[in-house]
Design a protein around this ligand. Structure first.
Ligand code: SF4
Length: 631
């Protein structure tokens, strides 16, 4: 059988096939690495080490998810004669930041030493989590740091998996940071691999285990494995302190909106997604086949979390929770019958076309407080191009349905700056976000990443073969990219983004400016809950949470001040006005931003009651209307 090399080129090597080379390589490693029947799975920190903000961490604003993916792997290995432990570095590091003073939190060595000095294991699996990409561009990236630590010890068999490991597969192997990379869902691959390593019989061979042999990147060959998950995840909670995760972080703004003291957990009904959006890694990673966990299994896990671990808020990890309407209906009905008393949210997002009134009603009755929906674009041409399972027509229909459920907090998610996207198409997205009239609009900028798998000695060949192969697409929120959480800081003056020619393709800097303007306009100035007849309390509950992540943001404090006035909470309004003054005093950046959009008017003549707040908000809207007149 031919070997697969970089870029899919196939060449025979010394008459051996990839699977034979795999066995040979394992044999070689067994001679070098001491073996015992103990394995540790590491969940790396998922926040960006380049922009760590200690205040934000201590506000418990970073995401701390239970390591569900690793728990699934542990469950899948439960019948093998191996002791498997999970080391949740994300949780431990945030706990350390919250509880101790330390000069250098971002050095993971003390945490790793503490663990490995007292745990004698021979196999270590490392997952990078999903939120931090560009691993080799970020100083002390936690994933790379962990792998360097293990490589320096030289006594562990190191396995890697997860989205980031898959993206960086070839680079990780070439740099000798891992022995094997597991592609996509890893349960069956790991069972096969450990069977080979420890000598357990009867585990079918799988494809998708990458390794480096004599300077070539190879992959085991077999028909694609599809994981039909049948194992019991509940048993894996033994060493997961799930009841303490809310003490060091949150799951999403939804979980924080419920209250910091609310213990939370995660569950999953569906693996995979029916769609194939071009910018999204879910389907390539999970495979095209959508699978359901049994409803009873999911209900048992919720019951366990609620009754045994005190959890009162649940987050669905699904990428397509509503793919099978009948199953979703049954699930929500049973949740209602079982009276779990939990709230739940779907921060990963729901597909809008699946929302109908009966289903949404059941969602609300079963505890739903809110969710995101992936809208991405307000331009049908772009929606078709990115293969989004939606059109502006179906999205408008969803908006009408959702308007009947004002108790829900629904965030519409948009991406601007797709490759070749014209300014006029981006403006369609902004205008559509206003038309959708949801509780919040989450904008992100599309970013093309350098593919670090394509480098070094193979670079020129691959560029010639497949120039598109260098492109990886991701989306990011510009305000999270720096510790100060500012957009294009340091500029003398900010240009208007509303006078570009319609056919212009905006630069990355212009896209960041658009992100700033769209976020300000859609979420603050035009927010439906700050208009007459709106629900300022709903705005306050959400924006209070956002403020924990952006404590120095003067726009947030200023609009919270106005919202509190609208809601009749004058003491809280005064606090936020004072906070705005301080934020402006501390930051030339925010002074310039206030001037740019005429927000400084509030500081010159600050309203003292609801009607004053309403008047100034209307002035803002009039001013923005005139700024946008030309578009
Ligand atoms: S619908 Fe969502 S999860 Fe599914 S492929 Fe598209 S972006 Fe990804």
């Amino acid at each position: 059988m031919p070997l697969t090399l970089d870029g899919g080129r196939e060449e025979p090597v010394a008459g051996l096939d990839a699977n034979e080379v795999f066995q040979k390589y394992l044999g070689r490693l067994k001679e070098q690495i001491p073996t015992n029947q103990r394995m540790t799975l590491i969940h790396c920190p998922t926040f960006n080490f380049d922009s760590l903000n200690i205040v934000v961490a201590r506000n418990r604003s970073y995401y701390v998810y239970p390591p569900t993916g690793l728990q699934c792997l542990k469950a899948a290995l439960s019948d093998l004669d191996i002791e498997v432990d999970i080391l949740d570095l994300n949780y431990l590091l945030l706990k350390k930041i919250c509880e101790t003073e330390d000069a250098d939190y971002l050095d993971l060595t003390p945490l790793l030493d503490e663990y490995f000095d007292s745990n004698d294991v021979s196999v270590v699996g490392v997952s990078a989590g999903v939120t931090v990409s560009n691993v080799f561009d970020i100083e002390r990236h936690p994933f790379v740091q962990t792998l360097n630590y293990l490589a320096a010890k030289g006594r562990y068999l190191v396995l890697t998996g997860g989205v980031i490991a898959n993206n960086e597969c070839h680079s990780l192997l070439r740099k000798d940071l891992t022995h094997f990379v597991f592609d996509g869902e890893a349960e069956l691959k790991l069972r096969f691999f450990l069977g080979q390593w420890f000598g357990f019989e009867g585990h079918a061979r799988t494809p998708g285990i990458y390794f480096k042999y004599e300077n070539q990147i190879l992959e085991t060959r077999e028909d694609r494995d599809v994981v039909d998950f049948k194992w019991d995840v509940i048993t894996t909670y033994d060493n997961i302190p799930v009841e303490g995760y809310n003490e060091v972080g949150c799951l999403s703004p939804f979980s924080r909106m419920i209250g910091r003291e609310s213990k939370y957990g995660t569950v999953q009904l569906v693996r995979g997604c029916r769609a194939h959006c071009t910018f999204c890694g879910v389907t390539p990673f999970m495979g095209a086949k959508v699978r359901h966990y049994s409803i009873d299994t999911v209900l048992s896990e919720i019951e366990f979390l609620v009754e045994e671990r005190g959890v009162s808020h649940i987050e669905w990890l699904d990428d397509d929770l509503l793919v099978d309407r009948e199953i979703a209906v049954q699930l929500f009905k049973k949740m209602i019958d079982r009276k779990f008393g939990v709230t739940w949210a779907a921060n990963n997002g729901l597909i809008a076309s699946s929302l109908d009134e009966e289903l949404v009603r059941l969602m609300v009755e079963s505890g739903c407080v809110g969710f995101r929906i992936g809208i991405e674009s307000g331009n049908d041409q772009i929606l078709r191009r990115i293969k989004k399972p939606a059109s502006t027509t179906t999205l408008r229909k969803a908006s009408k349905t959702l308007a009947k459920f004002p108790e829900l907090f629904v965030v519409g998610c948009y991406i601007i700056g797709f490759q070749g996207e014209r300014y006029e198409q981006i403006l369609d997205t902004f205008k559509f976000s206003l038309e959708m009239n949801l509780s919040w609009s989450g904008f992100a900028v599309c970013q093309e990443l350098q593919d670090s798998n394509v480098e070094g000695e193979f670079e020129s060949d691959l560029e010639n073969e497949n120039p598109e192969g260098r492109k990886k697409i991701t989306d990011f929120v510009p305000s999270k990219e720096s510790t100060e959480r500012a957009i294009n800081p340091g500029k003398e003056q900010y240009d208007s983004i509303f006078d570009l020619p319609g056919d212009a393709i905006p630069s990355p800097e212009q896209l960041n400016e658009m992100w700033f303007a769209f976020n300000l306009f859609a979420n603050y100035i035009y927010n439906k809950n700050l208009r007459r007849g709106g629900a300022p309390g709903k705005f306050i509950r959400w924006v209070q949470v956002i403020q924990l992540g952006y404590p120095c943001n003067a726009v947030i404090s200023m609009f919270l001040y106005l919202a509190y006035l609208l809601d009749g909470q004058t003491a809280n309004a005064s606090d936020q006005l004072e906070r705005t003054r301080n934020n402006l005093k501390e930051s030339e950046y925010w002074v310039k931003r206030f001037k740019q959009y005429g927000l400084d008017r509030v500081m010159e003549s600050s309203p003292e009651d609801s009607s004053g707040a309403q008047k100034i908000l209307q002035e803002f809207r009039d001013r923005c209307d005139s700024m946008m007149e030309c578009v």
